[in-house]
Ligand binder design. Structure first.
Ligand code: FES
Length: 494
């Protein structure tokens, strides 16, 4: 019997074009066999017989998902980013060729070993006692060697795997166990942040040394010069700067990652106004862009204070994903008592400098839990929920998410098309806009009844809700009455 060809779950999910959460669920349900957290290519092929090598839809879907989740713009710049340069491509092919040559050598050694064993068995069979049994064993060995190599269905997946390995190398971080892929000409740090992991970094430009990490196995290639000098002793131990290197082969990297809000330092940066979308005369979506070498590190769901020259700071939820740390979004509700909000509606200029300080707050995603998630946004409580959803999509780890957006004004919520686009693009995401007419307890409770109509048992979900105080009080009472455990209820006040 041949030994199983095992690949890890992230690579398997990518290969057949489903989310990691979906594949995890199939493994948990016993639909696909796994061995020490890895998936057998043959078992995967049986579960996904429709995946053909020539079927480009899967690859397109993968790119589409990545692109949509990260809100990257289409165009030449993107294509350039996603296509590895010739040097990187050549190094990846060389690395795979080395692996192929090693496997061929191993194969030849096995053939030689079987041949020698057969000769030894023939000699033994010439002796009187165990002749028949040994002759049979020898002939079985010979038969086995003469068996033609038949292409198995799973070879389609193995070939696809090789193609994907040329296009992208996989990084396995320790001690966290997180996996991600490095595509095109991106650095390991950019790819890790883009995949939703809170890797340690400072300047992202080769100056501070904060992204230093230890290469345990595999090959990397320096694609950016750096001024920071890694001490010789550390260099000899395999330390590299993740902001200046890309991965050539699959690598294992020992790297620091923040796993609590206390591990991300408070920062003060000067960003520029990139775009303001006035949704109506009460609400504006403010997009800021940070300098390349001074980005904001934060967890999805956190807040930051914004101020301008001579304008007092005001605190807002960050509505964008930490995976895109140069582009920050805030949803600003007009309020005459808040000078910054008034400034956004009167007189803010394109490219104006805005001081951003933060991050603050504990309303963050627990990415170690794989329960399905219900998100509840009340009006502009959508801002941190949007950040959490984008982060969860980037992590690709949750089996299912459903957004309920309760809104009071207009025909639909203010970023309705955005939420609908998510539900169109992702099989495991649902969206329900719900109008609630009154802000009193009855009105809010009537809105919440939609959840129990869809899911009579809510205690199997993690529930993230953000809204004004009366709404959050009602959510708390409602969820307690439904038997949702306290640790599965994550609430944030607007
Ligand atoms: S982040 Fe500063 S050197 Fe890499």
């Amino acid at each position: 019997m041949s030994s199983p060809r095992l690949i890890n779950v992230s690579r398997a999910a990518r290969l057949v074009g489903v989310s990691r959460g979906t594949l995890q669920k199939q493994i948990q349900d016993g639909e696909i066999a796994s061995f020490e957290g890895k998936v057998d290519l043959d078992a995967l092929s049986q579960a996904y017989p429709q995946v053909e090598l020539e079927d480009n839809q899967v690859l397109e879907k993968i790119e589409d998902i990545i692109e949509k989740a990260m809100h990257r713009a289409r165009g030449d710049k993107l294509r350039k980013l996603l296509t590895p340069d010739l040097g990187t491509l050549a190094a990846r092919v060389a690395s795979l060729s080395k692996e192929l040559s090693r496997i061929k050598k191993q194969n030849n050694m096995l053939i030689e070993l079987v041949g020698k064993t057969r000769v030894a068995l023939t000699d033994l069979a010439a002796k009187p006692d165990n002749g028949d049994a040994l002759r049979k064993l020898g002939s079985n060995l010979e038969q086995a060697l003469l068996q033609p190599v038949v292409d198995a269905e799973s070879d389609q997946l193995a070939i696809r795997d090789t193609i994907l390995r040329i296009m992208a190398a996989q990084v396995h971080l320790i001690p966290s166990g997180h996996d991600f892929f490095v595509e095109g000409n991106t650095t390991i740090l950019e790819a890790g942040l883009g995949a939703g992991f809170a890797m340690d970094y400072g300047c992202s430009n080769g100056n501070c040394g904060k992204c230093k990490a230890k290469l345990i196995s595999g090959e990397v290639k320096k694609i950016r010069q750096h001024d920071y000098v890694i001490p010789e002793a550390e260099k000899n131990q395999g330390y590299i700067l993740s902001c200046s290197n890309t991965a050539i082969s699959d690598i294992v990297l020992e790297a620091k990652e923040a796993d609590s809000v206390n591990e991300i330092p408070l920062q003060k940066i000067s960003a520029r106004v990139k775009k303001i979308d006035k949704v109506n005369n009460q609400l504006a979506v403010l997009n800021l862009r940070t300098p390349r070498t001074n980005r904001l590190r934060f967890f999805a769901g956190q807040t930051a204070t914004l101020s301008g020259i001579g304008i007092d700071p005001a605190e807002y939820h960050i509505a964008s994903c930490p995976c895109d740390d140069m582009n920050l979004q805030f949803h600003i509700y007009r309020d005459a008592s808040i000078p910054f909000a008034e400034h956004v509606f009167h007189g803010i200029q394109a490219s104006e400098s805005i001081t951003v300080e933060g991050p603050h707050g504990n309303f963050i995603l627990d990415d170690t839990i794989q329960r399905p998630i219900l998100f509840l946004a009340f009006d502009t409580g959508f801002a941190p929920i949007k950040s959490l959803i984008e982060h969860a999509m980037t992590l690709d780890a949750n089996e299912f998410q459903h957004l309920y957006w309760l809104y009071q004004t207009g025909d639909k919520p203010y970023l309705h098309n955005q939420a609908r686009a998510w539900s169109d693009a992702f099989d495991n995401f649902r969206y329900s806009p719900i109008k609630y007419e009154t802000t009193n307890a009855d009105g809010i409770r009537a809105g919440l009844q939609h959840l129990t109509a869809d899911y009579p048992e809510l205690d199997g979900f993690d529930i993230y809700a953000c809204g004004p105080s009366p709404a959050i009080e009602q959510v708390t009472d409602f969820m307690r009455a439904q038997g949702v455990p306290e640790n599965q209820l994550l609430l944030e006040l607007l």
